[in-house]
Design a protein around this ligand. Structure first.
Ligand code: SF4
Ligand code: SF4
Length: 126
């Protein structure tokens, strides 16, 4: 590259907006097609464990006794398989970046008992 071209480029860049943003203070618009991260709707999940079986990375754990659904976002490769397979449509890919984290941790959600199941248990006198 000639010195003239380089000088022109350098001079021009003085008047341009910066290409970078101060993430996470400034959050850029997610690009079209960004899969983002998996979120669960606790109110519809029935703890069937189908998502656990379909996940190729072992990123999801379901504990029926403790009524918990957990995801390790560091293992997840955003393939979306769990969201297609969930029979209740409880899983979606939120097209945003995950919150910045300094520690590897699993996100655990407590799943409330479904109203129908709770009513059945009440009828049975449990
Ligand atoms: S998220 Fe869907 S597939 Fe996974 S346990 Fe809940 S209902 Fe089953
Ligand atoms: S998106 Fe893919 S890798 Fe991530 S939790 Fe779902 S099935 Fe597993």
């Amino acid at each position: 590259m000639s010195g003239f071209k380089l000088g022109k480029m350098t001079f021009g860049s003085l008047f341009k907006k910066p290409e970078t943003v101060l993430y996470p203070v400034v959050k850029p618009e997610p690009p079209v097609g960004l899969k983002g991260h998996v979120v669960v709707d606790e109110s519809t999940c029935i703890l069937c464990s189908l998502c656990v079986k379909r996940c190729p990375c072992g990123a999801i754990e379901v504990d029926k006794k403790a009524r918990t659904w957990a995801i390790d976002h560091f293992r997840c490769v955003q393939c979306g398989s769990c969201t297609y397979e969930c029979p209740k449509g409880s899983l979606t890919m939120l097209p945003t970046y995950e919150t910045v984290s300094r520690q590897k941790r699993v996100h655990t959600f407590t799943i409330p008992e479904q109203p129908k199941a709770a009513a059945k248990r009440e009828d049975a006198g449990e």
